[in-house]
Design a binder for this molecule. Structure first.
Ligand code: NAP
Length: 247
């Protein structure tokens, strides 16, 4: 257990599955009390909190659609009431559907921007008022932003917005000793990446990084663990591209 993070409070959005669940587990191991946020996968979120509690960690589950400002406000209020002042916000919740721009429906555009951009905006705005001085914020971009592959126009546009938030918000929090950074993962073996791809497509992605494998959720959880720890205290306003050297 990392004694310098012991007892601190972290909100991880989209922690029911995938990378978020791995982050919640890792931060719990590092001594954080963890808020496991989710929008619809209640069984997975409940099971994760039960697993964390069984291992002696403090964890609560909070349902909130990050796209809805009132639900985000309520999530922060519940977290504060049950665990105390919040030290860390990890903006992991996100969605991806790869569709050529010309075939993207209004509904898919709205959903992707609502969750990936408005969701991050909602939690950042709330964090400005509520995060403890000395806290940490980690946003989620993607290495796809650097690859410019067909089908990723809308998703990449949302991640470009998240990177812009990261750079500007780090400066707006001047004087609070709060760092704001983003992780930009390469392909990670979660349902967001795997769903809808053939085995051949998955293998092609796995061969792209010089490290010649897909990333695992734990590869990103360890990067987030660093960015929320005292060891990263001088890293601020940066995008950390954790992708096996892909781009
Ligand atoms: P995932 O396996 O599909 O999990 C997504 C998580 O986000 C789930 O826990 C889901 O919870 C939650 N979520 C979705 N909509 C939400 C909402 N409106 N409010 C709150 N939670 C919501 O995805 P992942 O691969 O772990 O991705 C996590 C982050 O990494 C995303 O920001 C993604 O863009 C980024 N990323 C992933 C990859 C990759 O290759 N996997 C690469 C680059 C970047 P519910 O099921 O409860 O809705």
């Amino acid at each position: 257990m990392n004694t310098s993070t012991n007892g601190k409070v972290a909100i991880v959005t989209g922690a029911s599955r995938g990378i978020g669940a791995a982050i919640a587990k890792r931060l719990a191991e590092d001594g954080f009390a963890v808020v496991v946020n989710y929008a619809s996968s209640s069984k997975e979120a409940d099971a994760l909190v039960a697993e964390l509690a069984a291992s002696g960690a403090k964890a609560i589950v909070v349902k909130a659609d990050v796209a809805k400002p009132d639900e985000v406000r309520a999530m922060f209020a519940t977290a504060e009431a049950q665990l105390g002042k919040i030290d860390v916000l990890v903006n992991n919740a996100g969605v991806l559907k790869t569709v050529p721009l010309a075939e993207t429906s209004d509904a898919l555009y709205d959903q992707t921007f609502d969750i990936n951009v408005r969701g991050t905006f909602n939690t950042l705005r709330e964090a400005a008022a509520r995060l403890a001085d000395g806290g940490r914020i980690v946003n989620f971009s993607s290495t796809t932003l650097a690859l410019n592959m067909p089908g990723y126009a809308v998703y990449n546009a949302t991640k470009a917005a998240v990177e812009a938030f990261t750079h500007v918000f780090a400066k707006e929090l001047r004087g609070r000793n709060i760092t704001v950074n983003a992780v930009a993962p390469g392909p990670i073996a979660t349902s967001l990446f795997l769903d809808g791809k053939t085995d051949e497509q998955i293998q092609a992605f796995a061969k792209m990084p010089p490290l010649q494998r897909l990333g695992q959720p734990e590869d990103i959880a360890s990067v987030v663990a660093f960015l929320v720890s005292p060891d990263s205290g001088w890293v601020n306003g940066q995008i950390l591209r954790a992708n096996g050297g892909l781009a």
